[in-house]
Write a protein that binds this ligand. Structure first.
Ligand code: FAD
Length: 462
């Protein structure tokens, strides 16, 4: 304990870095939204500059102290958890947002900038950073980049990786790397920037980024459809994709997900009947008559049981709440188990049918709650504990289902993590969908950049 106190006072004195060992801070900053692991950090550090981050990492490297980079802690795979007495490096004080350049459509931000704050700043110029999801009010740009975050608009824009031009990264030895600046084109060797994007804080600490921006959408229209079964829901999706207009989002959620949001967030079912599945479509298309015709066709071909278009900005928010409020609402109902996988888009329907049969036939004690981004093959596969099932039975069944789900994912050439990353939770399952050689290459890269395994140790790989 004395040795730990000495470490902290040396960091504070030698580098004047803000630090805390207040039990409330240890609990708050030591964990993320992944509920399963109790936090146990040594202390929380709050650097205010790249120089401070560099000094801290160099010191930790010399003294063999493990350290966990921490953003908005909205991650769902335990990537920002500190469970082994590590120091936590919170980037929240490094949240400066620069000036938007309208010519290059770029913006330089510090990595602790909140995602939504970036959107608010860029909106002043009719531009946006197209990385958008329900946790944007808390997540940080550094966290988004480190997890290569996806979200509801991936079908249009792709993942975060497409929207980062340059990175400033501090390596574990304290060296500061500036990679790619604001270059749109750079074919001079291996793109090291992509190595850090999505690496979950195990290779370096991101301190700054040059973000690439796009014009704000102008012709946004949002639709919700009800379907009686999965086959019908996929018919809506397929027909929508066959049209050539610009899609922003194509989302699917089960009837009980909708009911959870209606009950817990007081968002009414917009239809007079409850459906088994719902499909949310967001379109950004100048050719309004093409969209009108698509809507007419959906009903003429009896592809949907019911459908509506949101007629006001309030209604758009309400319809989106039915989708974006799902994770939080299920959490309010009771103990639930989360999973996040992805398969190729054209395999999604068969995969989901097979998963549903698996749960019905072999895991009747679990209640499935399924939703996801149909446009990019990513599903959030959750199960809830039934009131009459014991906590232990629920956990055992959930773990067994996880393994069967990963085997199914492998069969469909998918991935054990579509969005949330590997962190602590998926580490032991990585081998299902990444080869031995791939995992070995990851380990070799880690060894080059962090030979003592001090940066976010135990996450992603051992
Ligand atoms: C309600 C809800 C909805 C969500 N929806 C989506 C979604 O649609 N799509 C999606 O992709 N994710 C989603 N997520 C997951 C999560 O919000 C994202 O992964 C987000 O990008 C994490 O950002 P963060 O700042 O909270 O990172 P954290 O949770 O703090 O950290 C995530 C990882 O990045 C590392 N890290 C953080 N900052 C840095 C840095 N500056 N340098 C190096 N490493 C760093 C951490 O060590 C950790 O490994 C959702 C989460 C919630 C709670």
């Amino acid at each position: 304990m004395q040795a730990e106190k000495n470490i902290l006072s040396r960091i504070q004195k030698e580098f004047s870095v803000m630090a805390s060992q207040d039990p409330k801070d240890l609990d708050f900053y030591g964990k993320d939204w992944t509920l399963d692991c109790p936090p146990n950090p040594l202390a929380i550090l709050f650097p205010k500059s790249t120089e401070e981050v560099s000094k801290i990492l160099k010191f930790c490297s010399q003294e063999n102290i493990p350290i966990v980079p921490s953003g908005g802690r909205t991650g769902l795979s335990g990537g920002a958890m500190a469970t082994q007495g590590e120091l936590v490096l919170s980037l929240e004080k490094m949240n400066k947002i620069g000036k938007v350049c309208t010519l290059s459509r770029t913006l330089i931000v510090e990595s602790g900038a909140i995602t939504e704050a970036v959107h608010q700043e860029t909106a002043k110029y009719n531009l946006t950073w197209p990385v958008d999801f329900a946790s944007k009010g808390s997540s940080q740009v550094g966290g988004n980049i480190s997890t290569n975050a996806g979200g509801v608009n991936v079908i249009r824009y792709g993942n975060t990786r497409n929207w980062v031009l340059g990175l400033e990264v501090v390596l574990m030895n304290g060296e500061v790397l500036s990679i790619n600046g604001a270059l749109e084109k750079n074919n001079s060797g291996i793109d090291l920037r992509q190595l850090f994007i999505g690496s979950e804080g195990i290779l370096g600490v991101i301190t700054k980024a040059t973000l690439k921006l796009v014009p704000l959408e102008k012709n946004k229209r949002v639709f919700l459809f009800g379907a009686n079964n999965l086959k019908q829901a996929f018919k809506i999706c397929r027909f929508t994709r066959e049209n050539n207009f610009q899609l922003n989002a194509l989302e699917l959620f089960s009837g009980n997900c909708r009911e959870a949001v209606s009950e817990k967030m007081n968002v009414q079912n917009p239809f007079s009947t409850a459906y088994s599945w719902y499909v949310l479509v967001e379109i950004d298309e100048k050719n309004e008559s093409a969209v009108d015709q698509w809507l007419v066709d959906i009903f003429e071909k009896s592809l949907a049981e019911d459908g509506l278009e949101a007629k006001s900005s309030e209604e758009i928010i309400r319809i989106w709440k039915l989708r974006e409020g799902i994770a939080e609402s299920i959490g309010m109902i009771g103990h639930y188990h989360k999973n996040d996988v992805a398969v190729p888009v054209d395999a999604l329907e068969d995969f989901l049918e097979e998963y549903n049969s698996l749960v019905t036939n072999e895991f009747a004690r679990l209640q499935p709650y399924t939703f996801g981004h149909i446009g990019d093959g990513n599903l959030h596969i959750n199960t809830l504990k039934k009131p009459d099932v014991s906590e232990q039975d629920f956990l055992e069944d959930s773990k067994e289902l996880d393994i069967k789900l990963y085997i199914l994912t492998t069969k469909y050439l998918g991935t054990v993590s579509g969005e949330h990353g590997v962190g602590l939770l998926k580490k032991k399952h990585l081998h299902y969908t990444r080869s031995k050689t791939e995992i070995q290459i990851m380990k070799e890269i880690k060894k080059i950049l962090d030979p003592k395994n001090l940066l976010n140790p135990g996450k992603v790989i051992d």
